[in-house]
Design a protein around this ligand. Structure first.
Ligand code: NAP
Ligand code: SF4
Length: 751
């Protein structure tokens, strides 16, 4: 059976299945809209399947939403357990039924990072008790994930089924001896016993994403000739013995989840028959819930980035569910209630796991329950502040919610002295500052020169595969209205207006403009030359052959926009469509996405790891992507997403040209000098400039320490006004939504 062709809410399948409910539950397009005052009113929505309790025998879950395991960096150090407890308490308060901690190792060999979180002594129990008490205070179950990294560990003690190095760790593993396997099984059982003593409601055994037990289960790593290798019965023996030992150690009144890889997405990975064999054996061994994992970390198919369609892998979970009688949980790219409800309603899974969406919004469940779907701060699957931080060994947080993992440090206290605050600029920095300031009780006026809020996000969200960014502008718009921020669109603010406005604080969040090459490159005023903002607002058209100047994040985005086969060109939609807050482009369908990436769409797949040959793509245009620096393009892109962008432009035939010099633009095209010193004409119809940005900050008086120089704003009368500058207006060079949103929130938290 093939996967559902598409799982987006505009799909025919969804509409036919539950038309009324989907219509009502869709934050994107179903709310009554009063464009005159930018109000999006929330509707009364119910998600009957999400809020149905689940009986587990000895206990029950109050709803079907589980917060999945997420490494925050707080679990690795005992002195951070207070912060970790506050982080879980916030999510428990938000209504989630069950939460799973970040991976805790059963022993030293299993560490992900040196001196990572471990559970193997009584002293560990005391730290963990802080976490379990916090969760139970709000009636949420809490599960400790036991994660042995195997060859993914980033330290010299790594072990695995066979001594085969992984491509994502520099350390070659030692092959585990049978004695070591037996000892490790005992370590798992001891970790589970200690978890029970610490007050956890259960444990999750991590057996997917390419970690140790997954390494044993798959021929990709397991080349053993002994009883723990060979066919699937040998390869799964370690995992099954781990579960049996845990069950024996903890008794029957303790939840055991097993995260099972349902599609490995690596060469020599398991086929679906083998996955089902393991699932049945896990049930037999005493597992309470099967959680489904998708793809190994080293897979060449993206599984969680924003361009992966929502609920793309739910059909593989459904296939496993057919063969076991215990509850099965779906995961990966489920971030909004309507998607979760649809997966549950269609019987594909019994539970929904989301990890990053709870970083973005700890109150996700309560908002879904209370008909406030429009106020959910949606995870846009950017990885920028969570997984990228993990790889940089930094504490996780969230691009759209800077409070995540900083619950005790970034606090939005109600103000005792309400102030009159003007915020100039309605990009994400300004909207973030306005939301927090108004939430705290200040009187806030938000000015925007254009007739639409969102700033640079309005360009990002129209890139095919970045449709989730619409959710962020939808969220902020609703939050601003909810918190009674006065919004003044189409308003070009002057210094005189600010002087006359009697403001206690002025926050300059006027953002950036694209860097122009006029005066820097001969012919840059030729009509062939446009900038990315003109392209991505639908203001200007492009021809069939295009040169993109600048290969930063935006140059890549633009190249993807120009070559993608799906999505409607913006100039055809017209700028008015993009200004309509209820507009959503149709995301790529699941089947088409899978064919592009070489994933077997047959859920009973018999190809290794569920892989097939990626489809050859005919790009929408011929694009040349250029940069002056030599070396690989896209080096500066983020760790966990950059490779997806690089793979995309490669598969879409983008000609990558590093080390060039731009000479001039003529009616024939762009003249460059190649790294070898040859003059070359790129005969292109259009040249899109993506050469970075410049700050717009002329409203900011000269400042020292955030205060107007000599204590007076120009105009004398309003000398008390304090000026502040945030986001791209402050620093264009590192134009970064993560910093912009955090800048706004941190400043507003202090005013
Ligand atoms: P950027 O990353 O700074 O890249 C600008 C590019 O323009 C550089 O590659 C630079 O390359 C070139 N350039 C600079 N000055 C130039 C000039 N005078 N003439 C010709 N070329 C020039 O800026 P961006 O692409 O606008 O991105 C802005 C920010 O947005 C980034 O910090 C990034 O974090 C974020 N972003 C990220 C993503 C993503 O990760 N997918 C997507 C969008 C935005 P050479 O000097 O080598 O030519
Ligand atoms: Fe989601 Fe991005 Fe926040 Fe991570 S940083 S939780 S991916 S929105």
């Amino acid at each position: 059976m093939a996967v559902a062709a598409t799982f987006n809410l505009n799909s025919k399948e969804c509409q036919e299945k539950n038309a009324d409910q989907i219509k009502n539950s869709q934050p994107q397009s179903s709310q009554p809209l009063d464009k005159s005052d930018n109000q999006l009113t929330t509707t009364s929505i119910s998600y009957p399947h999400i809020f149905e309790p689940l009986d587990l025998g000895h206990t029950s879950l109050k709803n079907r939403i589980v917060m999945g395991s997420m490494h925050t960096g707080l679990e690795d150090r005992f002195y951070n357990y207070g912060k970790l407890a506050a982080y879980f308490a916030e999510r428990a308060k938000g209504g989630v039924a069950m939460m799973i901690t970040g991976g805790i190792s059963p022993n030293r060999e299993g560490w992900l990072l040196p001196a990572g979180g471990t559970m193997n002594t009584k002293a560990d129990v005391i730290n963990h008790q802080r976490v379990t008490r916090a969760a139970h205070r709000y009636d949420s179950k809490i599960i400790m994930q036991i994660l042995h990294s195997g060859r993914y560990g980033y330290h010299p003690f790594v072990v695995s089924a066979s001594p085969i190095k992984s491509p994502i760790s520099p350390f070659k593993p030692r092959q585990m001896s049978i004695r070591n396997i037996k000892r490790t099984i005992e370590d798992y059982a001891r970790a589970a016993s200690l978890a029970k003593q610490a007050g956890y409601d259960g444990v999750e055994v991590m057996g997917s994403e390419g970690y140790l037990l997954n390494q044993f289960m798959s021929r990709h790593v397991n080349q053993r000739k002994d009883e723990y290798g060979g066919d699937i019965h040998g390869r799964m023996k370690f995992a099954i013995e781990v579960v049996q030992a845990i069950r024996q150690a903890v008794g029957s009144d303790f939840i055991i989840l097993f995260r099972l890889s349902v599609i490995d997405l690596v060469q020599d990975g398991n086929v679906m028959d083998e996955v089902i064999t393991v699932a049945k054996a896990l049930e037999e061994a005493g597992v309470s819930i099967i959680n489904t994992g998708i793809g190994w970390h080293e897979a060449r198919v993206p599984t969680i980035v924003t361009s992966v369609p929502r609920a793309a892998f739910a059909d593989y979970t459904a296939e496993v569910k057919k063969h076991v009688s215990i509850p099965v949980m779906a995961a990966n790219r489920i971030n909004m209630p309507e998607t979760a409800e649809q997966v549950l309603a269609s019987g594909k899974a019994d539970l929904i796991q989301m990890a990053r969406p709870f970083l973005a919004d700890p109150a996700w469940v309560n908002k879904a329950r209370n008909g406030q779907t429009n106020l959910i701060n949606t995870c846009i699957a950017c990885n920028q502040a969570c997984l990228d931080h993990t790889f940089e060994n930094k504490r996780s947080t969230c691009l759209v919610n800077p409070q995540a993992c900083y619950e005790t440090e970034l606090v939005y206290e109600p103000t005792k002295k309400p102030k009159n605050i003007a915020i100039v600029g309605g990009g994400v920095a300004g909207m973030s500052a306005a939301t927090v300031a108004a939430k705290r009780g200040h009187k806030v006026t938000l000015f925007e020169e254009k007739d639409i809020l969102g700033g640079q996000f309005n360009y990002a969200k129209v890139i095919p595969g970045k449709e989730e960014f619409f959710e962020t502008t939808r969220y902020f718009l609703n939050e601003l209205n909810h918190n009674k921020v006065e919004i003044k669109l189409n308003t070009k603010v002057t210094k005189e207006m600010l002087d006359e406005g009697n403001y206690d604080h002025v926050i300059v969040a006027t953002g950036v403009v694209p860097r122009s090459l006029i005066g820097k490159l001969e012919g840059a005023d030729n009509p062939k030359v446009i900038n990315y903002a003109e392209l991505l607002s639908g203001e200007k058209e492009v021809g069939d052959t295009v040169a993109v100047i600048g290969a930063g994040g935006i140059g890549f985005d633009v190249s993807e926009y120009l070559t993608a086969r799906h999505g409607q060109p913006l100039h055809e939609l017209g700028p008015e469509t993009l200004k309509d807050p209820s507009y959503r482009p149709e995301p790529q369908g699941i089947e088409e996405w899978m064919q592009e990436w070489g994933v077997n769409t047959d859920v009973e797949y018999q190809t290794d790891g569920g892989l097939t040959q990626p489809e050859k793509i005919k790009p929408a245009r011929q694009v040349y992507l250029l940069q002056r620096r030599s070396g690989r393009l896209g080096k500066g892109l983020n760790k966990t997403t950059g490779w997806v962008h690089r793979a995309h432009i490669k598969s879409h035939g983008v000609m990558q040209m590093p080390g060039v010099t731009y000479d001039k633009v003529t009616n024939e095209g762009l003249w460059i000098t190649t790294p070898q010193g040859h003059s070359q004409l790129l005969r292109v119809d259009t040249i899109v400039v993506c050469a970075g940005q410049e700050s717009v900050n002329e409203l900011m008086p000269a400042v020292t320490d955030g205060k107007v120089k000599d204590g007076k704003a120009k105009g004398g009368a309003k000398a008390k006004t304090q000026y502040h500058i945030i986001g791209g207006a402050k620093l264009a060079a590192e134009l970064d939504a993560k910093r912009a949103i955090r800048d706004g929130a941190e400043l507003a938290a202090k005013l």
